[in-house]
Each structure stands twice: as C-alpha cells, then as structure tokens.
Design a protein around this ligand. Sequence first.
Ligand code: CMP
Length: 140
Amino acid sequence: MAATRTFSIIKPDATRRNLTGAVTKMLEDAGLRVVASKRIQMTREQAEGFYAVHKERPFFGELVDFMISGPVVVQVLEGEDAVARNRKVMGATNPADADEGTIRKTYAESIEANSVHGSDSEENAKTEIAFFFDEDEIVG
Ligand code: CMP
C-alpha cells in the first residue's frame, strides 16, 4: 500500500511538559515519518477556524482557550495508512478510555488536555494539512 499523509498537533499540555520529543518518538515507532513540523503559537482566529466543525459543541470555547494557552507543534506525518495508523497510536479521545501503550494513555491529562490531535479521515487530513502548511514546506 502506498504511503499516505495525516495531520497531527502536539497540544499545549504536552509542549508545556517538554514532551515534544517523547510524543514524536511514539509516532515514529508506530511507523510514521515526520515530513513537516513547526512549533507555533496559534492565534484565537486560527484555533476557531481549525475547530470550526465543533463550534456548536458546549466545549468549543474551552477547547479554543486551551489550544492557544501555549505553543503547539503542527506536523505532517507520512506512512502506510497514515490516518488509521496515527489514530491507533494516539488512542481514544478520552485518556480514561485509551488503550495501554497509546500516546493519550501514556501522557494525556484529560479529555481536553489530551496531548495530541490527529485527522479522522483522509479528506480532513488534506484540509487540515493545507490549513497550516504550504506544499513546499512538506519534504518527504
Ligand atoms: P481533538 O482530536 O483535538 O478534536 C476536538 C477536541 O475537543 C478533542 O480532541 C478533545 O481534546 C476536545 N474535547 C474537549 N472536551 C470534549 C468532549 N467533552 N468531547 C469530545 N472532545 C472534547
């Protein structure tokens, strides 16, 4: 199967605890290759735009506040079946439900401060990658 791409965010709870390398190692050990990466401070407008699909959800305001509470690392990951592979190593959204050995079981603090985001479909991966990266910033 050909390599595909997905989009990942290492969230503020993880950057605050200096876990960028530890989280990235788990991604790499799962067979994903970091083909683009940048550490940014998201603006409120970016966070609201990125999570626009959740804007009617009761947790939207807190989610945006959290995502701009510190730096994040946005990444493009490449690998065989990258979207599913990344979701498997991330674990369930709520760390209480995440399997042993997953990033969220290992590092997440709560359903909100859950250390990583990953695209949930190939289509959303394309949209999310384009939200943060120009094609010439991605080097496979
Ligand atoms: P993420 O994959 O980044 O997509 C939306 C985020 O909303 C999700 O991870 C969670 O961190 C966050 N979130 C906060 N509260 C909730 C909740 N009650 N249900 C689902 N997601 C939540």
